[in-house]
Design a protein around this ligand. Structure first.
Ligand code: ADP
Ligand code: MG
Ligand code: ZN
Length: 618
């Protein structure tokens, strides 16, 4: 009986909940199961593998969202093995391809790859085989550049297709198509040509990172038609998340954290710059840890030496830039620590995802300071941050200066800031929102710092404070940092304040009744909302970076004319606290952004006496 898919959107069909794809009655089921055991040595299928294979082998375009390590490769390697003809695989990075081919050849599956920097004679040999009537290859891997630049390749694909020997087209790491993703690769956008040229060949697109907008982009750019989407939860229940304020003694805090929680266990400390990696590794060594550093300016031999030592547990801790991690399959990574702010929530999720592959409890700790935001922002604008290997493996000329990409990067970074500044909502929920996934915080079971605190919250309107801050930025001439603006607002009489005669301003001290952390949260919120803009400036020959706060005149209008209200959440005071209300001050850093995720419901608490006092202050 023919399967009539339920069309949810013009372009997609949800496959994940459709029992049809789990059936063991497809004509290929026996062969599939036998080869999974015999050739790949797997006892069973992991979640969604069987379903994806059945859908792609039924001839549909399929889009797979599966976390890193979930087993995406099998979903095309196994069909490649049992279908006649050649499966074309587009993969972004030669080193990833080489790794895959090595595994395939070990399993006795014939595979080859073509890349632009291969010897021509070597390429010709592969092309010759593809033109023969009984090509030996089951899988042909190519980089996206190859598809974009080689007419020769396209002609061979046409010839394969004409002879009914083009089995399937696989786009691995498909999020590289999208500028909204964190690994944008321009050549991926040209891959739509494959669907145009070979409309009847099923396409299988795979990724571990796809927000709703990335998903749209991928389906659009690849020209997928009635594609079936398989996705599974990106929640990792065995990872425990927390964000900790970063102090000057950050590395000592890290040392203490590891000694107290993961003594002699294995982990990664992600650092922003190469120099940071080396410094942090050195300090951790002094503290008695088996630590080493890893970054992009080490030569490949050095890097693979460190990686091997780490795999063999001769080194416990690797202090690395994001260049470290792709393709790493160590199951017992017990902690992933971020020494500085990650560049996007997707990137953060993926980096954390390297912990706890064995399913055992592992920690993900992020050390956050707002000043790191300024630093990262500056590095991004200079194109100076290390990229994940997906991007850096590719020659990324002027990615840093291209307007839209810069904008996207800055937006991604601001989302990350807002994640860190939020100390109320479940971390899992905040991450999963970005993958278009709903999550019930009740299922977190206090495995993140915010759920562990589980405060009662109450919304407060802080619009008037926000307006005062905007006025203050203006009246100070839009040339001071957020730290200085806060000082003036809270009534500081420091030398610097006096030097600029800021104590004479009418708003000097207007916010003296506020906690510093609360005032700074409101200010940071205005930056996240793009009402104030941090302009980052390099200061002097030592390369130190400072930032000036400016008013975004377009965005500020609705705040000033009363159209926009800003409400943030405070912890409400519980009964026990009420008894000691005279000593009571709200918990440090307790003000949070309530507006970033408006779909999150926090039941409003009845106002207590102390709450009323608090709101009167505000
Ligand atoms: P992804 O591409 O989704 O990140 P991979 O395809 O690289 O993941 O697979 C990750 C690991 O899981 C590999 O070591 C692979 O051999 C293993 N794996 C995949 N499928 C299965 C399975 N059904 N049973 C056991 N191991 C599997
Ligand atoms: Mg993969
Ligand atoms: Zn939680």
């Amino acid at each position: 009986e023919p399967y009539i898919p339920k069309v949810i959107d013009v372009n997609y069909i949800e496959g994940s909940n459709d029992k049809k794809w789990s059936s063991r009655n497809f004509s290929w089921t026996k062969e599939l199961e036998a080869n999974n055991k015999k050739v790949f040595g797997n006892h069973s299928f992991r979640p969604n593998q069987r379903e994806v294979i059945n859908a792609t082998m039924s001839g549909y375009d399929v889009f797979v969202l599966m976390p890193t390590g979930g087993g995406k490769s099998l979903t095309y390697q196994l069909p490649a093995l049992i279908c006649p003809g050649v499966t074309l695989v587009i993969s972004p990075l030669v080193s990833l391809i080489q790794d895959q081919i090595m595994h395939l050849i070990q399993a006795n599956i014939s595979a080859a790859y073509l890349s632009a920097n291969m010897e021509w004679s070597e390429q010709q040999e592969i092309f010759r085989d593809l033109s023969s009537d009984c090509t030996k290859y089951k899988l042909l891997y190519v980089t996206p550049e190859k598809v974009a630049k080689s007419d020769f390749l396209l002609r061979h694909l046409e010839s394969l297709n004409a002879r009914h020997l083009l089995a399937r087209i696989v786009i691995d790491e498909a999020h590289c198509v999208s500028q909204w993703g964190h690994d944008f690769r321009p050549d991926y956008q040209g891959l739509g040509i494959l669907k145009q040229k070979f409309p009847k060949i099923p396409v299988l697109a795979l990724t571990a990172t796809a927000t709703a907008s990335v998903k749209e982009d991928v389906v659009q750019a690849l020209g997928l038609i009635n594609c079936i989407i398989f996705r599974q939860s990106f929640n990792r229940p065995n990872l425990w998340y927390s964000v900790i304020p970063k102090t000057k003694k950050c590395v000592d805090d890290i040392d203490k954290f590891i000694k107290e929680n993961h003594f002699d266990e294995c982990g990664i400390v992600y650092c922003l710059s190469r120099m940071d990696c080396e410094k942090v590794a050195e300090r951790l060594q002094e503290c008695g840890h088996k630590a080493a550093f890893y970054h992009g300016s080490m030569d490949p031999a050095q890097r693979s030496f460190i990686q091997k030592q780490w795999s063999k547990d001769e080194i416990n801790i690797i202090c690395a830039t994001v260049a470290f991690g792709m393709g790493i399959n160590k199951p017992d990574v017990r902690f992933v620590i971020h020494h500085s702010l990650p560049k996007s929530i997707e990137g953060y999720h993926q980096e954390c995802g390297r912990a706890g592959r064995d399913g055992l409890r592992s920690s993900c700790v992020l050390y956050y300071s707002y000043s790191d935001y300024i630093r990262v922002k500056h590095m991004i604008s200079q194109g100076a941050t290390e990229q994940s290997p997906l991007v850096s493996g590719y020659n990324r000329t002027n990615l840093g200066s291209s307007g839209r990409i810069l904008e996207t990067n800055t937006e991604n970074l601001l989302r990350m800031v807002s994640y860190c500044e939020n100390d109320v909502d479940c971390r899992r929920l905040l991450q999963l929102v970005h993958f278009g996934e709903k999550f019930d915080p009740g299922n977190c079971k206090k495995t993140c710092d915010n759920c562990l605190k589980s405060m009662n919250l109450i919304e407060k309107d802080v619009t008037d404070i926000a307006k005062q801050l905007v006025d203050l930025v203006r009246s100070m001439g839009q040339q001071f940092s957020s730290a200085h603006i806060l000082e003036v607002y809270r009534g500081s009489l420091s030398q610097f304040v006096k030097k600029h005669r800021h104590e004479k301003l009418s708003l000097h001290g207007a916010g003296k009744h506020l906690l510093k952390s609360d005032a700074s949260r409101i200010l940071h919120y205005l930056v996240i909302e793009d009402i104030l803009v941090e302009e980052v400036k390099k200061n002097d020959i030592y390369g130190s970076v400072s930032s000036l706060l400016k008013v975004n005149e377009t965005k500020v209008q609705s705040l000033l004319n009363g159209g926009q209200r800003i409400t943030l959440r405070f912890p409400s005071i519980t009964k026990t606290n009420k008894l000691s209300k005279f000593e009571m001050t709200p918990a440090k850093g307790s003000l949070v952004f309530g507006k970033m995720y408006p779909n999150i419901d926090t039941p409003a608490q009845p106002q207590s006496e102390v709450d009323v006092q608090l709101s009167a202050k505000l």
